[in-house]
Design a protein around this ligand. Structure first.
Ligand SMILES: Cc1ncc(COP(=O)(O)O)c(C=O)c1O
Length: 417
């Protein structure tokens, strides 16, 4: 009789993990309050209150709440004056928004490799890619794990580059006690529905630089400037303002955020300890400079040889069948995505740039290995479960590991789709 659930056996668990998003009467009341106030957009107080509260939470002076993490990145780049003819170094292992925000401001994303132990942008790769056109480094704190914020600012300082942090997965994450987002020049966060603090959609820009704040504020508000007339438009802005409803929900979400983060950290550390004992499962490296990990994703690596050479997709499917919502995560490096073709004429072949960029020759071997063979994810809400829930994850791995023959025969029929 089959043992593995993927082959028809009994799964390790049928119970669901905690549901996401989590909300209670606080969100309901906050929404009703805004509804009844009649001030759903401009004129309300919630957006301002959230901007101040969240910026302070991230150890930043200023915040500008916008429609999404993608628009936050785009406005951040524009605030720094990054555009035609400029290059921005981005990691190859990240969500597409990281690179498309660069293309949307008509600049060129240059793809760096990642560190095999952290899956964050590799400072050594960044250094090799700096050219006379480079204007900024755009590190992503992947899965809520801060990128190397010792090495990257040092490289930026030496080469007069800006640092634009993509902290869209990293609310409350800390590097040596400093919260991410405004360690560099400017940073972006997302509140899209899968995120650890969510209003369905939304984003925020944070910075400690007053001039950048005023520019970002203007760009998200039709180019207006604080203290000037409402029908005067100074910068090429548009309407990217967050609504009062979103801000009210986010204020309520923040009340339970620290407790949830502590729970995710405890469970992730427990999993790190247990999973590292299973041959072929490799949690990412511990780094003492990371004083708080936000755990938007629990990212870990597998060694396919230790699983009979099956693909990571097969392992993810086998875990799903056991009741564990594992996923393959990013399945190709960002420079291989078809959307890049859309930008072939401009900015990629723009005469103003004066160079030809050919992404077909880009190679980021570590990111490729992570995407194709090694990297697996568990979503953040799984880490809100109980100790027994974590034990089920470990049990599912052990079960797969001890039944490799079944897994292997499943592979023969399923790995080719
Ligand atoms: C790393 C990263 N950057 C940018 C974004 C874009 O955020 P949004 O979906 O709010 O536009 C996301 C979110 O999905 C992300 O994970």
């Amino acid at each position: 009789m089959a043992k593995l659930a993927i082959a028809g056996g009994e799964p390790v668990r049928r119970k669901p993990f905690p549901k996401w998003p989590i909300f209670d009467e606080r969100e309901a009341k906050a929404l009703l309050d805004v509804l009844n106030s009649g001030l759903w957009g401009i004129g309300g107080s919630k957006k301002r209150e959230f901007e101040e509260r969240f910026a302070k939470y991230q150890h930043a002076k200023y915040g500008v709440a916008v429609t999404s993490g993608t628009t936050a990145l785009e406005i951040s780049l524009k605030s720094l004056g990054i555009g035609c003819g400029d290059e921005v170094i981005v990691p190859s292992y990240t969500f597409m928004a990281t690179a498309i925000s660069v293309l949307y401001v008509n600049a060129i994303p240059v793809f760096a490799d990642i560190d095999p132990e952290t899956y964050n942008i590799d400072p050594k790769s960044v250094e090799q890619l700096i050219s006379d056109r480079t204007k900024a480094i755009l590190p992503v704190h992947i899965g809520g794990r801060p990128a190397d914020m010792d090495a990257l600012p040092s490289i930026a300082g030496k080469n007069e580059l800006y640092i634009v942090e993509d902290a869209c997965q990293a609310w409350g994450a800390e590097w040596r006690g400093r919260r991410v987002g405004a360690i560099g020049d400017i940073g972006s966060f997302s509140f899209q529905s899968s995120k650890n603090i969510t209003s369905g959609e939304g984003g925020i820009i944070v910075t400690n630089n007053e001039e950048l704040y005023i520019k970002a504020w203007s760009l998200h508000n039709c180019g207006r400037l604080p203290g000037k007339a409402w029908y005067e438009h100074y910068l090429p802005g548009a309407n990217y303002r967050m609504t009062e409803f979103q801000a009210a929900i986010l204020l309520a979400q923040m009340e339970r955020f620290d407790r949830q983060t502590e729970r995710r950290i405890e469970n992730a550390q427990y999993l790190n300890n247990k999973l590292s004992k299973i041959d072929g499962v490799k949690p990412l490296k511990n780094d003492e400079r990371i004083t708080r990990h936000a755990y938007h994703l629990y990212i870990f690596r597998i060694e396919p040889e230790a699983f009979g050479g099956v693909s990571k997709a097969t392992i993810a499917k086998a875990l799903q069948a056991e009741g564990i919502p594992a996923s393959v995560g990013y399945s190709k490096p960002l420079y291989k995505e078809p959307y890049i073709e859309y930008f072939r004429r401009c900015p990629l072949s723009c005469p103003y740039y004066g160079r030809q960029i050919d992404y077909s020759i880009v190679k980021a071997p570590v990111a490729e290995r992570a995407c194709y063979y090694e990297g697996l994810w568990l979503p953040q809400y799984v880490l809100l479960g109980s100790r027994e829930d974590m034990d089920d994850i470990v049990a599912a791995f052990e079960k797969i590991k001890y039944n490799l023959e079944e897994l292997y025969s499943y592979r023969e029929t399923q790995d080719n789709y």
